[in-house]
Design a protein around this ligand. Structure first.
Ligand code: CMC
Length: 427
């Protein structure tokens, strides 16, 4: 028998198995706890709870390590492409040359959206946030693609995964086009996944769209950096929604809704807004003091992480990418100097050192996206686009698991005990 964790409660000694993964902390299997003792565990925010078994992504937050199917994120960002990373996340192994070509072709064949779906956009206000449009339009996909919503059928699951990955750039680009009052651009399947997204976003029918290769590479890398991140809030949302048997389009819409929050994917938008508000290096100390003040709700956006207690490896790549994009486009943005100095000051301040708060993926990404020409409101939509592959890979892994159950947390009830109803005249 392997290692066991012993619990003494109510005069009883009970042992629970300790399970080991391939790497990372072991877990105590407490599935029988309630049956054995009538007790639940209490862990709001899941700070110590593994909610599932997964073979997709591994994070060592203390060491700042992020692996997709075993491959370090730095190597993927440097040498891989987003399409190849998608294949890896979905299938577990890097593709051979022919497999990659075939996968890329399949994705490109699904880039168009149903013509009727385009009309949905007209129902939104022009100033609607792109994430509001994404929540609605992606949820609506289930009304268009009934032929791939039988979640018990692996082929259906595969097709719907491909559809979601392929259509997300089209949907996000349309959200942008709608907000600026320009015509929607059709996908051009002769372009790369990323090049096509850029063409649909920034191209216009009146002119040929030229994309700087360094910008295409930077965008592709940004997509890789956001592709998956283990059991984060939006992925857990997708899993929970999917655990009831809901169709994948509805589940991904749920993930998009969760991602939108400023503590999660909305942080990239909030981080750039914060850096612009700080404006100049001399104002940084004031904002650092505010972030440390318990009576001020202000936090340094793009800083801190539930899992990373070290430098987020994605932030390091992002910082390097800012310089590459600035060089390629021959632009500068004083906000980058503010970001670098803010990082420097925070990392030398005992508050941030003691709490192990480091820049996360969102700290530098907005500076790149802004230099490329995206408005801040599009930042989280780009995160959603890239995270879609992680969501569908994790959803598929969950549905394929024969032991999968509906997710149903318990609670510590603190409300009124049972009492009798009193008619309104007597209250
Ligand atoms: N600025 C100032 N103080 C902070 C910050 C910050 N950005 N982040 C955490 N702290 C403090 C917090 O006040 C708390 O202090 P104390 O122990 O004295 O109460 C301590 O550090 C631990 O914070 P927490 O909120 O309990 O930690 P958490 O794991 O629940 O939250 C977080 C993680 C990412 C939500 C949080 O660090 C945060 O709000 N950061 C800013 C938003 C952000 O950048 N989010 C993007 C996360 S990465 C991308 C993604 O996942 O989407």
């Amino acid at each position: 028998m392997g290692e066991q964790a012993k619990l003494s409660v109510g005069g009883k000694d009970i042992a629970y198995p300790v399970l080991s993964g391939s790497i990372g902390p072991d877990v105590v299997d407490i599935r029988k706890l309630y049956g054995d003792t009538g007790l639940f565990t209490y862990d709001p925010g899941f700070t110590s709870t593994a909610a599932c078994e997964s073979a997709i992504t591994f994070i060592d937050g203390e060491e700042g390590v992020l692996l997709h199917r075993g491959y370090p994120i730095g190597q993927l960002a440097e040498h891989s492409s987003f399409m190849e990373t998608c294949y890896l996340l979905l299938n577990g192994e890097l593709p051979g040359k022919d497999e990659l070509t075939s996968f890329t072709t399949t994705i490109s064949r699904h880039t168009m959206v149903h013509e009727q779906l385009r009309q949905l956009y007209q129902g939104f206000r022009r100033d609607a946030h792109p994430m509001a449009i994404m929540c609605g339009v992606v949820g609506a996909l289930s009304a268009f693609y009934h032929d791939s919503t039988d979640i018990a059928d692996p082929e259906h699951r595969k097709i719907s995964s491909h559809r979601l990955i392929a259509k997300m750039p089209t949907i996000a680009a349309m959200a942008y086009k709608y907000s600026v009052g320009q015509p929607f651009m059709h996908p051009d399947n002769s372009l790369s996944y990323t090049g096509n997204f850029m063409q649909m976003t920034f191209g216009v029918p009146a002119e040929k769209y030229e994309l700087h290769p360094a910008v295409e590479k930077a965008m592709d890398r940004i997509f890789i950096l956001h592709a998956d991140h283990e059991q984060n809030a939006s992925t857990s949302t997708v899993r929970l929604a999917g655990s009831s048997g809901a169709n994948p389009f509805a589940c991904i819409a749920a993930g998009i809704a969760c991602l939108w929050g400023p503590a999660h994917g909305g942080a990239n938008e909030a981080a750039l807004n914060m850096l612009r508000e700080i404006g100049t290096v001399d104002r940084i100390p004031h904002y650092i003091e505010r972030a440390k003040d318990k009576n001020d709700p202000f936090r340094l956006m793009g800083f801190g992480h539930r899992v990373y207690k070290n430098y987020d490896p994605r932030a390091a790549v992002m910082q390097k990418t800012v310089r590459e994009v600035f060089d390629a486009l021959k632009v500068k943005d004083p906000v980058f100097d503010v970001a670098l100095e803010l990082e420097h000051m925070a990392l030398n301040d005992p508050y941030f050192i003691d709490k192990k708060l480091f820049p996360n993926v969102d700290f530098y990404s907005g500076i790149i996206l802004s230099a490329i020409g995206f408005p801040t409101t599009m930042f989280t939509a780009l995160f959603a686009l890239a995270r879609t592959v992680g969501w569908v890979a994790q959803w598929n892994e969950m549905i394929s698991d024969p032991y999968q159950k509906i997710g149903r947390p318990r609670q510590l009830y603190t409300g009124a005990p049972e009492r009798d109803y009193v008619p309104v005249a007597k209250r």
